[in-house]
Every structure is written in structure tokens, then in C-alpha cells.
Write a protein that binds this ligand. Structure first.
Ligand code: V47
Length: 371
């Protein structure tokens, strides 16, 4: 049963929260100050009621997943961000680089299982030239034309601009020509300059990340957006991050989904603690309430864990990402979720959350309804 939202709001004594509740009912946008108040003053159940009210309006009782695979062609990375336990130097005994044959074997495996999407991102090695990034997209698309290639974060694309002297537009056109279909949301981390200087001072900054996405949208390439939270950022900085995304979405409409990524500290130079489940659910819910121009909020089971991701489907999220098969980035930092999941497991997680599982493609078109 869906809560009687009006009744819940009418019982709220805190005036700011009650006003926010009324805005949600009237389908009015909340401002940054109000979003901060939600983080600081609202309890979890209130946030869940508001967020799920919005989610049901946008997505009904549907919750999405995709049959996909993540491929990280290398973990060698020049940037060495302090929050990341995945990227290593070339001299590190753990470093690896996949051959073309290895990549194609993985794509073929996924294709045989009915996979729809290859999500390819990785480290950024010093010795890779511009052509390598174009080649890997073309390699997959030429051999598996039906596969959607969602590849290279804005960080990789900015790096390609640095090493080639090309503009974002020229690079994206080359990638589209090679077969690129979409851009994942990774690399956003947190836009606040203060926090970014602590956790990843060397790579593309917020403006550069956002400009890559804006350019992709202009060229008709849909993109996703993430936010890494739970490290050194304040709740004000989380809201500032989401506000920047909301502004671009107003301009372009090119973001498909927002994905809050809970920080995992193990093996990182930054250290720190894991997020709490309450913080995870609050962040999902507030993002659903604040990002009124985003259709989808992803509960990424890799960072949330399967159980919290399942509950998040009742706190404003409508998507679990996918089967993934071999997640490496967050596993390097200690997540205790699985490396991948079967379709049956994702369908069961969604059903037990009280939602109808929908297998989707990268662009949120329905592939199959599991009624
Ligand atoms: O950019 C790195 C994050 C991201 C850690 O677009 C960490 O559909 C937690 O962006 N703890 C890569 N997170 C993953 C990503 C993603 C995943 C699923 C779907 C999509 C999409 C995008 O992982 C990185 C970084 O923000 N990450 N280290 C860590 N210690």
C-alpha cells in the first residue's frame, strides 16, 4: 500500500519540512537550502514517503535492470586518486591490461547470454595514445554491432583531449564514428573544489566533467551522472553537486539517470569509514526529491549492497543497474556485494521489493516485463 502522503505531511511539525512536503504534492521544485534541510532535519521515513510518491508518479510500480557487463580493460592509471583502490601504477604487481582477444571473449560471453550493454571504463595509462580509446570502441562494435557500447567517462574523454589537442566535440565525433552509444556517469566524484582537491586533485575538474556531458548531449549521446559520497564532503556539497546536474539537465535533457555511489574505504589512501545504510537511503531519497528533471535514480547494488539496494526501490530509486558479471572498481575498495548477478536474482530482488521487474536497454526502453 502506498502511504497517504497528504496525511503524513499534515502531521509534520517542522515548518520547513512541511513546506517541502507541500511543494512535493504541488509538483514544485525544492531549492538548495531546502535540500540541505532534508539532509539535516528530516527523518528517513518522511523522506521515503516523499521520494516514493515522486517515483511512483514517474515510474509507476516498475523497477528496471539490464543484462550487461562491465569491462575494465586496464587498472593502470596515471591519476592515482586517493579514494580509489582500483588504479595502480604500471610497475605494481597487480597491474593488468587486457588483450583485444580477451575483451572480445568477454563481449561474446555476454552476447550469448542475451546481454545488451557493454559498460567499458578503466584506468588511464600513460602509455595509451588517443587511438587506443577509439580502437577499443570500434573493436567491440565491429564484432558485435547489436551491442550497445557505453564507454569512457568524462575523465577519460578529458584526458584524450589533453593528449591529442582535440576538442571534446572532435573526440566525441570520432568515438561516435567508432560505435559509441552512450557515456557512463563515472568520474563525477564530488564537484566541490574544496573536497575534490582532497580526494582527486589531478584529474578533470567539475567544469570539465560537466562540459564533456553537455557536449555529448548536444551531439545526441545520452549520458549518466554519478556522485561519490560518504568521504570528506559535507551535505551542502552533496546538494551543490546535484544542483549543478539539475541545471545542465534543464539546459539539455541529456542525462538518463542519477547514481549516488556510496564510498568504500578499504585499501584506499584516503581511508575513512563506510557509509551507514540510513545515510544511503536518505541520499537516494533526497536525490529523487531534488532532481525533479531526472527520470531515473539508480540504486547501484555494488556500492549499496543487494539488501539496501532492494530497500532503496521503496525510497525513490527505480533501477538496480544490471547483471554486471565482473565488477572490479568498488571490489578493490572492499565492497562485500557479489561480482555479478543472474537475471533471476535481480528479478527476485525487485519482486520482493513489491515492484514489477522490467528488463531494459541502455536507453530505458523495455526489453521484457517480468509480470
Ligand atoms: O568513477 C571509485 C567510483 C565509479 C570507489 O553510468 C568508488 O550507469 C566507491 O561510475 N568506493 C565507477 N566508489 C562506477 C560508475 C558507474 C557504475 C555503475 C553504473 C554507472 C553508469 C556508472 O566508481 C568511479 C568512482 O566514482 N569509485 N572508487 C570507492 N572506493
Amino acid at each position: 500500500m502506498i502511504a497517504d502522503v497528504e496525511a503524513v505531511i499534515s502531521t509534520v511539525k517542522n515548518k520547513t519540512l512541511r513546506r517541502i512536503g507541500e511543494k512535493v504534492l504541488e509538483e514544485k521544485r525544492i531549492d538548495e537550502e531546502e535540500a540541505v534541510a532534508l539532509f539535516k532535519e528530516a527523518d528517513l521515513t518522511f523522506l521515503g514517503v516523499l521520494a516514493e510518491h515522486i517515483n511512483r508518479k514517474k515510474n509507476g510500480n516498475r523497477a528496471y535492470f539490464i543484462v550487461n557487463r562491465q569491462i575494465n580493460p586496464t587498472n593502470i592509471c596515471v591519476y592515482q586518486c586517493d579514494f580509489c583502490a582500483f588504479g595502480v601504477r604500471k610497475s605494481d604487481p597487480q597491474s593488468y591490461e587486457m588483450s583485444d582477444e580477451e575483451i572480445l571473449r568477454k563481449v561474446e560471453e555476454t552476447y550469448r547470454m542475451g546481454g545488451r550493454e557493454i559498460h567499458m571504463v578503466g584506468g588511464i595509462p600513460h602509455h595509451w595514445g588517443y587511438d587506443k580509446y577509439i580502437h577499443l570502441v570500434r573493436l567491440i562494435k565491429e564484432n558485435f554491432p547489436q551491442m550497445v557500447v557505453k564507454a569512457w567517462t568524462a575523465i577519460e574523454i578529458h584526458h584524450m583531449a589533453k593528449i591529442s589537442g582535440r576538442t571534446y566535440e572532435e573526440i566525441l565525433k570520432d568515438l561516435i564514428d567508432a560505435g559509441l552509444d552512450a557515456i557512463p556517469g563515472g568520474g563525477a566524484e564530488i564537484f566541490s573544489e574544496r573536497a575534490r582537491m582532497i580526494i582527486s586533485p589531478n584529474k578533470a575538474n567539475a567544469e570539465e566533467y560537466l562540459e564533456v556531458h553537455r557536449t555529448a548531449h548536444r551531439l545526441g549521446i545520452p549520458t549518466n551522472a554519478t556522485m561519490l559520497y560518504g568521504h570528506v564532503e559535507t551535505v551542502e556539497e552533496r546538494v551543490e553537486h546535484m544542483a549543478k546536474l539539475r541545471e545542465i539537465q534543464d539546459e539539455t535533457g541529456g542525462f538518463q539517470v542519477f547514481i549516488p555511489l556510496a564510498y568504500w574505504p578499504e585499501g584506499t589512501r584516503l581511508g575513512g569509514n563506510r557509509t551507514s545504510s540510513v545515510d544511503d537511503l536518505k541520499t537516494i531519497a533526497i536525490s529523487r526529491i531534488f532532481l525533479d528533471n531526472f527520470d531515473h535514480i539508480k540504486a547501484y547494488w555494488v556500492t549499496l549492497g543487494e539488501k539496501v539496494a532492494q530497500i532503496a526501490l521503496n525510497f525513490g530509486a527505480d533501477d538496480l543497474d544490471g547483471t554486471i558479471e565482473e565488477e572490479r572498481i568498488v571490489h578493490s575498495a572492499g565492497t562485500n556485494s557479489a561480482y555479478g548477478h543472474s537475471v533471476e536474482r535481480l528479478v527476485s530482488l525487485i519482486r520482493k521489493a513489491g515492484k514489477v521487474p522490467i528488463e531494459r536497454d541502455t536507453f530505458y526502453n523495455t526489453v521484457k516485463i517480468y509480470d
